[in-house]
Design a binder for this molecule. Structure first.
Ligand SMILES: CC(C)(COP(=O)(O)OP(=O)(O)OC[C@H]1O[C@@H](n2cnc3c(N)ncnc32)[C@H](O)[C@@H]1OP(=O)(O)O)[C@@H](O)C(=O)NCCC(=O)NCCS
Length: 200
């Protein structure tokens, strides 16, 4: 039986453990630096050694990136829920997780360490860069691009061909009709820039 290790023992890890189980992949242990956590969903939590193949099971995009930069000589696995419908022509890089009920259509490209969360849809030819989180119930129409590290809040709709920049935060329930630049928080319907985010 194939095995994957996780890094991070919070709620996000629970969902990933469920998905890996459904893929018939076992999770031997979860690494976490919080010494007070000893198990998650019955899986032992270790505090010393990080093993591979690994998935960084931390929901925060910036922290996921920091962890990846810190770790060396690690290879990454992916978790693709068996209930997700994923086109054979979609490319999904390692480290990424695709939750239950997601639909990913043809020619979609998804980078490393991304999260496509429960019930989201990603239509044809979308490009999702590394460390993105598409929260539950989002609908991305065809040819949408989401830049590195951007968080798209739950239930957001993005109309065809729109480009969202890097390291943005988009509020839940937004409707994005126009391109969004890098490093902003944007909210609402129609989605408007609320403020610039300092990502230094
Ligand atoms: C966008 C978000 C991150 C902002 O959180 P915050 O930094 O704490 O910001 P605040 O709550 O102070 O809101 C700032 C402003 O944006 C507005 N705003 C916040 N979220 C909004 C949303 N989803 N839609 C419309 N307006 C929103 C607030 O009304 C406020 O406006 P005001 O200054 O005119 O009163 C948060 O509201 C949100 O939508 N998070 C998404 C959560 C989610 O989808 N999680 C999925 C986890 S799997």
């Amino acid at each position: 039986m194939q095995n994957i290790y996780l890094y991070g023992a919070g709620g996000h890890a629970k969902v990933i453990i469920d998905i890996l189980k459904s893929m018939n992949i076992s999770v031997t242990s979860v690494y976490d630096d919080n010494l007070s956590i000893s198990e998650v969903l019955g899986t032992p939590v270790v505090h010393d050694k990080v093993s591979s193949p690994l998935i960084i099971s931390i929901g925060n995009n910036a922290i996921r990136k920091k962890v990846e930069e810190k770790l060396q000589n690690i290879n990454y696995g992916k978790a693709l829920a068996t209930s997700a419908i994923i086109s054979d022509t979609a490319l999904i890089e390692n480290g990424t997780v695709v939750m239950q009920g997601v639909v990913i259509q043809s020619s979609v490209k998804i980078g490393r360490h991304a999260i496509i969360n429960t019930g989201a849809t990603v239509d044809h030819d979308c490009i999702i860069h590394d460390f993105v989180h598409i929260a539950p119930g989002c609908n991305l129409c065809g040819n949408v691009e989401v830049g590195e590290g951007t968080f798209i809040g739950a239930g957001t709709v993005i109309i065809p061909g729109v480009k969202v920049g890097k390291w943005c935060v988009v509020g839940a329930g937004s409707v994005i009709r126009k391109n969004i630049p890098d490093n902003v928080m944007a909210v609402g319907n129609p989605c408007k820039i609320y403020k610039t985010i300092n990502n230094e």
